[in-house]
Design a protein around this ligand. Structure first.
Ligand code: ZN
Length: 171
């Protein structure tokens, strides 16, 4: 049975962190009930340098979480962008991130199953490689040179299956 995702604050927060990074939460928090705020004002209010603010805003824009208008400042003579947070987008984004997560897990599961019992691990935990990659390196770690150990990935496979099952309940 497929349940509808409930938009709890926790889920929204986790989604935003996953989609745009934890550092932007402070921007979202400042922008969420405001409109057309200058990038410079945002930087000032959250106490972050302008190039960093622009980077955060760019990430929000990429995920369609914020829109902007550019206006030429008549005094300063250059363009300034004015930002608005797109609250309506959150619900779709939660679903989008959910699907992306599922897809990534399914792809990992396929790779694990294709290489069942045939992963190779460095004892110093620098690398985990499949058979082809390992044999090319003569079963030596590419980082530290120690001999790679064959790993039974049964538990990884079980773990992935379990996580996929948990996520598949929701759509
Ligand atoms: Zn190593």
């Amino acid at each position: 049975m497929v349940k509808k995702i409930r938009l709890t604050n926790k889920l929204i927060q986790e989604t935003l962190i996953e989609a745009v990074g934890e550092d932007t939460l402070v921007v979202i928090d400042f922008l969420k009930n405001r409109k057309n705020i200058s990038e410079f004002v945002i930087g000032e209010k959250i106490n972050v340098e302008i190039h960093q603010v622009r980077n955060m805003l760019y990430r929000l824009h990429q995920r369609h979480l914020a829109t902007y208008k550019r206006k030429k400042d008549s005094k300063k003579g250059y363009y300034i962008s004015y930002w608005t947070f797109n609250k309506k987008r959150i619900k779709d984004l939660v679903l989008e991130i959910h699907r992306e997560k599922l897809l990534t897990l399914r792809e990992r599961l396929v790779r694990e199953e294709q290489n069942k019992g045939c992963f190779f691990l460095c004892s110093n935990a620098c690398a985990r490689l499949d058979f082809d990659q390992s044999s090319e390196l003569d079963f030596r770690c590419p980082e530290c040179g120690s001999l790679l150990q064959q790993q039974d990935n049964e538990r990884t496979i079980e773990h992935l299956k379990q996580k996929i099952k948990e996520l598949e309940i929701f759509a």
